[in-house]
Design a protein around this ligand. Sequence first.
Ligand SMILES: NC(=O)c1ccc[n+]([C@@H]2O[C@H](COP(=O)([O-])OP(=O)(O)OC[C@H]3O[C@@H](n4cnc5c(N)ncnc54)[C@H](O)[C@@H]3O)[C@@H](O)[C@H]2O)c1
Length: 257
Amino acid sequence: MNQLDFAGRHAVITGGATGLGFGIAQRLIASGGSVTLWDRDEAAANQAAEALGDRAFALKVDVSQQPSVAKAVAATLAHAPRIDALVNSAGITGPNVKLWDYPVDEWRQVMEVNINGVFLCCREVVGQMRKQENPNNRDTRGYGRIVNIASVAGKEGNPNASAYSASKAAVIGITKSLGKELADTGIRVNCVTPAAVKTAIFDQMTPEHIAFMLSKIPMGRFGTVEEVAAMVGWLCTEDCSFSTGAVFDLSGGRSTY
Ligand SMILES: NC(=O)c1ccc[n+]([C@@H]2O[C@H](COP(=O)([O-])OP(=O)(O)OC[C@H]3O[C@@H](n4cnc5c(N)ncnc54)[C@H](O)[C@@H]3O)[C@@H](O)[C@H]2O)c1
């Protein structure tokens, strides 16, 4: 495992109680930093923070609710001096059905969490990032790293996952817009597009859909949480300095663009 420098830095990780978010939290703590896990599952978030040790904190947050997110920023800054990185990992899949059978309320729920949640977390955290300095070079143009977890579905469009694919395409779009809006500051905004990685999110999908996703990966295997955490961890560090609004692929060769 390569050494990443996140020493003395603090990250907020949405959906950090499990899966990719938890793996990213592990990697950032191993890199010398501290984390606050924002998750709607309070018990799981508390358990995760306990497992991560005394540099991890947990907060119950619903990323789709603006007051909940705004409150979480204030609560995070009560125990952390700064938010050096924001990883938007909270997400849901929605049902695996054709668009014309998609229940309207479930479509809206996927959008609420996967894209409106990313919008709200970026909106509430960017204010703090814009006013904080980089302690390493006293850059007064603000400092921060934002990493959005999109999906290969947002590039390719998976059948039987129209809401999920559309929401993840929107995550790619918001990353590009915000990256450009902040390009003249010390804040970098990027996203990753993983193919399938075996986590609890698989429980929300049909076995046929999981088999379809695997069949599309040229490497012939699922990605691992550690592989995602390695790339996202680097995107959270100061070393990621000349990339913004960019889409980093993690798809075992599926989406090579
Ligand atoms: N695992 C994969 O195959 C895969 C592939 C591509 C992209 N992704 C994306 O990566 C992200 C993480 O996925 P994962 O595999 O870790 O899933 P997961 O189900 O293991 O974890 C998701 C976490 O998000 C939390 N969450 C859900 N809705 C929330 C809300 N409204 N507010 C706060 N927290 C909420 C859940 O409680 C859970 O802890 C998701 O955005 C997912 O779409 C996953």
